[in-house]
Design a protein around this ligand. Sequence first.
Ligand SMILES: NC(=O)c1ccc[n+]([C@@H]2O[C@H](COP(=O)([O-])OP(=O)(O)OC[C@H]3O[C@@H](n4cnc5c(N)ncnc54)[C@H](O)[C@@H]3O)[C@@H](O)[C@H]2O)c1
Ligand SMILES: O=C(O)[C@H](O)COP(=O)(O)O
Length: 530
Amino acid sequence: MTTPRVLIADKLSPAAVEIFRSRGIEADVKTGLAPAELRAIIGGYDGLAVRSATKVTAELLAEAKRLRVVGRAGIGVDNIDVKAATARGVVVMNTPHGNAITTAEHAIALMFALARQIPEASASTKAGKWEKNRFMGTELFGKTLGVIGCGNIGSIVADRAIGLKMKVIAYDPFLSDARALELGVEKVDLPELFARADIITLHTPLTEATRNLIDARAIARMKKGVRIINCARGGLIVEEDLAAALRSGHVAGAALDVFETEPATDNPLFSFENVVCTPHLGASTTEAQENVALQIAEQMSDFLLTGAVANAINMPSVSAEEAPRLAPYMALCRNLGAFAGQLSVARDGGFRKVTIEYEGQAAALNHKPLTAAALSGLLGPLMEGVNMVNAPVAARERGIEVAETVHDRPSEYQTLVRISVTTDRDTRGVAGTLFAGHRPRIVEIKGIPVEADFAHHMLYVTNKDQPGFIGRFGAVLAEAGINIATLHLGRAEKGGDAICLVSVDEPVPESVLAAVRALPLVVQATPLGF
Ligand SMILES: NC(=O)c1ccc[n+]([C@@H]2O[C@H](COP(=O)([O-])OP(=O)(O)OC[C@H]3O[C@@H](n4cnc5c(N)ncnc54)[C@H](O)[C@@H]3O)[C@@H](O)[C@H]2O)c1
Ligand SMILES: O=C(O)[C@H](O)COP(=O)(O)O
């Protein structure tokens, strides 16, 4: 394996470089590059590590021919075109917990800053004004805090606010009653939160559903004198609507760490005295930056070196312990998928449904990545650059139904995976096992037992089980100078349907295939490659 190369494109703690290098990965730090500069060099890297500054766009990904992973040292991935990355088979991973406490603390700090006008009071005091009567604050004790988005950060904010003796109400469509009880928050719907909260704090990701969540209509439903804190993402608030509400006095103040356009150097909200601003500092503590840098470097290294996948947005997880155990199964599933895919495309042109069955030891494994591997093999004949990241999406986009069945019945084999593909004409199944615990081997084709290893060049022939086939078949290949490496036969019953799977030392030319197909007793012949 060539040494993987990673580009660190945003400012990360030096701990990240140390981790990459200690794992034998080449790491270049090039921050502040213009999009064109980044596009010009991205082709040389297997991994890209970013924070929120670098925009990982479809245009950038189009140049990233060798890229396998984008690592976000932080939480929000709205600066990464995850759909485009997925389509190109690039894993996107983040560090979901590394900066959560730090960001929650920033939200609490902003809440105090807002309640006591600390930034303004500090600036005035330092200017020698001693304006003791100008700054009259508001107590947080007993006030109602409305938390919108009660995930990792929102729940830490809630916990700290409860410690301050605030009443916490929360709106989050995915917050269960049990979790709300555990957190000590009251679960409410959005209109109720707007109507009751003295202070509102936002902790949702920026998605199409949350964009412009706080607009003029939402603000009109809030209490007069409400204060709003945003440590999540700029696009959650319509900034002109907030400015209008600050002007009218409906909103008493706002504290913003994030802005619709960043870097925010010229924003109409800057002119308000009762608006506290920080330059996207939510995650900026030494501790959090150390956490996310270490974590993303470890995750990316594990993936690039062992195939382990942690905290991926667009792929099932594979733990570092599982990765070596799953590796031979992934090869088995990919090859079985490729077998079924090549056969179905060659014979019928496409598939409608694929069923993947796991039996014996395979039944106890994490089968999501195995199914993804099977789909990547299956779709190989239909699309270029398919892998475990983009195959499940590609299958969905093509309307292919994917079913997984895990059997707990005793299996004839210690471990078995079977892939059945339904086309408009037929359903064909192929099953395989791991020989000696690691070597993928075919054990059944269309219900007919046959034992064969996967090989680079193979020829799959179905024929009538009658004397004379093997001699003629061998002669056709021999006349064409094609050496048979292995030959495996199977039949449904004496004199019935039979199959012949051979591995050969070179690809079988079309003229030879035609000669094989013309032989008496031959039903079909399909070249396969693995
Ligand atoms: N300012 C910063 O520096 C900084 C730092 C870290 C994270 N963030 C931002 O904070 C966001 C939240 O981070 P997290 O770690 O708590 O994420 P999380 O995924 O743990 O929590 C997000 C919560 O939002 C909820 N949610 C989703 N859609 C919603 C909707 N329409 N209405 C209400 N709730 C909804 C989810 O159910 C989830 O519980 C991140 O996506 C990121 O954008 C900002
Ligand atoms: O989503 C995040 O993790 C935060 O917005 C932090 O962004 P940053 O890494 O650019 O500080």
